[in-house]
Design a protein around this ligand. Structure first.
Ligand SMILES: Cc1cc2nc3c(=O)[nH]c(=O)nc-3n(C[C@H](O)[C@H](O)[C@H](O)COP(=O)(O)O)c2cc1C
Length: 176
């Protein structure tokens, strides 16, 4: 029998991005839970230097998508959370925030994909950010289209771009 900690481990160990979504909207209460889990992310000196901007209208998603180069998941998903780093924030904390949103989403059956907003100036304009705030990353959220996702994953496997490097390549012990 799986213990609760087994389930947490399995969720962390098996999280993959989802880029294929169904048209089903995300239940409002579920989205609130995902955002709340993100809000509880730890941050350096507990500064919480972030603002989570939910963009869930088609025009808004179109505008956000124009701020990045590989933003199809934003266009294909019902909601995108833009991770605004305030003038107090830092990149490490934004990464933790993103991962927590993704894990919380997965726990509620919602797939997610981090998206880079390469055009920082455009992202600032689209999100109407004050000086000192920036948004380099967003997380697209939606119900996974499992068949389409599996087909895309199979195609990536065939090209040899799926999975992870071997442990020996990325883990070492000791210091000099
Ligand atoms: C910082 C960061 C930025 C990313 N930007 C994009 C992006 O702009 N568009 C996209 O489709 N995927 C993006 N991804 C998703 C990665 O391509 C994905 O995490 C990687 O291919 C591993 O996918 P997997 O966990 O399903 O194996 C990004 C991921 C990270 C961590």
């Amino acid at each position: 029998m799986l213990t609760p900690s087994d389930e947490v481990y399995r969720a962390v160990r098996s999280l993959r991005v989802v880029r294929a979504f169904t048209d089903e909207p995300i239940d409002k209460a579920v989205l609130e839970q995902i955002l709340d889990a993100g809000r509880w992310t730890g941050s350096s000196k507990n500064v919480q230097g972030w603002i989570l901007v939910v963009v869930d209208d088609p025009e808004g998603r179109d505008r956000v998508a124009l701020a990045g180069q590989f933003t199809q998941p934003v266009l294909d998903s019902p909601a995108t959370v833009c991770l605004v780093k305030t003038d107090q924030g830092n990149d490490f904390d934004i990464g933790r925030l993103a991962q927590n949103l993704m894990l919380a989403a997965a726990a509620r059956g919602i797939g997610s994909c981090p998206v880079t907003l390469h055009d920082g100036a455009r992202a600032r304009t689209v999100l109407d950010l004050p000086d000192g705030h920036e948004c380099r990353y967003a997380v697209a959220l939606g119900h996974p289209d499992r068949a389409a996702e599996e087909a895309a994953r199979e195609e990536r496997r065939a090209r040899g771009v799926a999975g992870r490097k071997a442990p020996a390549e990325v883990i070492r012990r000791g210091s000099v």
